[in-house]
Design a binder for this molecule. Structure first.
Ligand SMILES: [Zn+2]
Ligand SMILES: [Zn+2]
Length: 63
């Protein structure tokens, strides 16, 4: 487990969708990999982190 030292908060984590630093207790895990997503992203309907949303996106060339 990687612990990133946050500036102010004692349990702050970096949101993997928007990059904001938010408190871990106020966020939700990515629906796929379980990495941290902040509450703001969750409110906006973001359920996957950047990596997972790219993974789930339809490839531009499927033919
Ligand atoms: Zn976010
Ligand atoms: Zn993810």
């Amino acid at each position: 487990m990687t612990i990133e030292k946050a500036k102010g908060g004692r349990d702050a984590m970096i949101c993997r969708a928007c990059g904001n630093e938010e408190r871990a207790s106020e966020g939700y895990p990515c629906a796929d990999c379980g990495t941290f997503l902040c509450l703001i992203c969750t409110f906006r309907g973001v359920t996957f982190c950047t990596a997972c949303s790219a993974k789930h996106a339809v490839p531009p060339s499927t033919l």
